[in-house]
Write a protein that binds this ligand. Sequence first.
Ligand code: IPE
Ligand code: IPE
Ligand code: MG
Length: 240
Amino acid sequence: MEKKFENLPKHIAIIMDGNGRWAKQKGLPRTEGHKVGAEVFRKICEYCAEIGVEYVTFYAFSTENWKRSKLEVTAIMNLFRRYLEEMQERYLENEEAGYRIRFLGAREGMPKDLIKLMDTVEEKSADKTRININLAVNYGGRDEIVHSVKDIAARVKQGLIRPEDITEDMISQGLYTAGQPDPDLIIRPSGEYRLSNYLLWQSAYAELYIDDVLWPDYTPADLDRAIEEYGRRNRRFGAV
Ligand code: IPE
Ligand code: IPE
Ligand code: MG
């Protein structure tokens, strides 16, 4: 395919927000918004692979989203289960999909059968190279940093490293995104101007793009607009 963008971000991170409002506008239960949102997620994955994005990270469920009603949480987990099952089946019959899939977030607290499916999908896709897809589930940016810091503290306690030897890189290596580049562009549909605990460490120099479109209405053309705008930004990283 001919190159579509002059300046394509290497890593795009998306906050899949607005499912509930979308459903409400249509007089439907919130869970219907999540259902359509899950389809949009699949479409945007495909599109990112098509245009050559190397890494794309989607925020699907935060450590704070457990506060929602049992009905809503169960519906989201069921959609996630169906996605994992389909993924597993598709990998058996369609090896060329080329998606490397990883899950960011705490496994603890997730339903046991889902943990097993997540591990299987990660293992099965570990050698795929077309695109890296991360799905943040039971993910919290602060939780992730605490997790990394605890690892480092344990190594200090064992005498493997000294406190003065701790580096930014060590903290990065203890995050769920270890080994992956930081996001260049973070997109939040549905018009909220906040990160909601998403990729707090990794977003240090990310470009932010807020869109009014609700996630279930999100299309490849909306992503094109964000990428074009990204291409016009002047990233300075603190320099002049
Ligand atoms: C995002 O949509 C999905 C999750 C957070 C799980 P919301 O459910 O937050 O939708 P709004 O923000 O209420 O519209
Ligand atoms: C962020 O959306 C989490 C996900 C999209 C998974 P929220 O809807 O939970 O964020 P707040 O509550 O508006 O900050
Ligand atoms: Mg929301």
